[in-house]
Design a protein around this ligand. Structure first.
Ligand SMILES: Cc1ncc(COP(=O)(O)O)c(C=O)c1O
Length: 353
């Protein structure tokens, strides 16, 4: 057995969901399970968090359908809403809550009236999806006149995870004003805002990444936030080579030993979803001891410095998990844990622990 595996921990997901519920302090928690439960498995994540969440959030109707076919009875919010009349009908059939973010969706609803639950999205500064505040008021009026009154107002923070955040306060102010004018419950907070801005909790929060044991902040670790590791990626050492001073390792000869080193070859690469752009110095752990990547990541292998670690062929290497924080790997790769979780391929063995 090659031994390259991803360990998923439902108990950690449940713990993180309970923490989110405590911190939400009475606001409804909708756990975001889109993108295959941030790579953990859609159904597994939903089942694990079922007891501590008022509802689930997905991006697409297909994701919601998979949850319903699995027997999920919790309310499900579809963050990108419906793409056409057929999906709208499907959303109604599956009793989904749909986000309406654009005028073309309002037109589609007016042409195909149905009693679907609508969360109107207001753009308060993210400038991605959502109506500008004045247009949101008009859209709500049109929908109300057609007996399809929105049941809530939704917005999304652009900078709640940024150290010097001059943005969220303004966004919250605008969102609050629109919600008040429309007399609708408000949902704005992602994980960062849930953890950082109690005032932004409003009536519903939508945490994602914190549920998966990763910190949205670069100044506070997941463990400092009380989050449990839910995703552990490991592989095995399949060779150990002595490398002389002046010799290089791997494609492009990007790393050269300055003194004699022992270099371990690990059976994992970008074909398994480990990021190819992880550079020399990215942390990994062998038998619980942190060391680092040397040279380029290949499709099926990567190389690490095992000098002085008494490592042996067959030993386990942790790419991230209990010893190596996924957020440190993400930083070393210039990305975020979300992407690392989502890009694991089908090749590693998946083990639910
Ligand atoms: C609309 C919406 N709400 C909530 C979330 C959850 O965000 P996070 O994973 O940062 O908590 C996302 C994630 O991208 C989102 O798109």
């Amino acid at each position: 057995m090659r031994g390259t595996r991803v360990e998923i921990r439902p108990a950690a997901l449940a713990h993180n969901a309970r923490l989110a519920r405590q911190l939400a302090d009475g606001a409804e928690v909708f756990a975001m399970v889109k993108a295959n439960g941030y790579g953990h498995g859609l159904l597994l994540a939903a089942d694990a968090m079922h007891g501590s969440t008022a509802g689930l959030g997905v991006a697409l109707v297909e994701e919601a359908r998979a949850l319903r076919e699995h027997g999920m009875t919790l309310p499900i919010l579809v963050a990108e809403g419906f793409f056409d009349a057929e999906e709208l009908k499907e959303a109604e059939r599956l009793s989904l809550e749909v986000v309406v973010h654009s005028l073309w969706q309002v037109d589609l609803l007016l042409a195909n009236p149905c009693p679907v639950r609508i969360w109107l999205k207001v753009n308060t500064g993210m400038n991605r999806l959502g109506f500008r505040p004045d247009i949101a008021l008009q859209a709500a009026a049109q929908l109300r006149a057609a007996d399809m009154a929105p049941v809530g107002l939704m917005s999304h923070f652009a900078c709640a995870d940024v150290g010097q955040d001059a943005y969220s306060e303004k966004q919250l102010l605008v969102a609050g004003q629109v919600a008040e004018q429309l007399m609708l419950p408000l949902s704005a907070s992602n994980s960062a805002a849930l953890l950082r801005y109690p005032r932004a909790h409003a009536q519903r929060v939508r945490p994602g990444i914190m549920l998966y044991g990763s910190s949205p902040f670069d100044w506070q670790t997941a463990s400092e936030l009380g989050l449990a590791v839910s995703h552990r990626f490991t592989a095995r050492l399949i060779a150990i080579n002595a490398v002389e001073a002046g010799e290089s390792v791997g494609y492009g000869a990007t790393w050269t030993a300055t003194e004699p080193r022992q270099v371990g070859v690990v059976a994992v690469g970008y074909g398994d979803g480990y990021p190819r752009h992880a550079s020399s110095g990215t942390p990994v752990a062998v038998n619980g001891v942190v060391t680092e990547l040397v040279g380029r990541v290949s499709m099926d292998m990567l190389t690490i410095d095992v000098t002085g670690l008494s490592a042996q062929v067959g030993d386990e290497v942790e790419l991230w998990g209990d010893v190596v924080d996924v957020d440190d790997v993400a930083r070393a790769c210039g990305t975020i844990s979300y992407e690392l979780f989502c890009q694991i391929t089908d090749r590693p063995e998946r083990v639910v622990v």
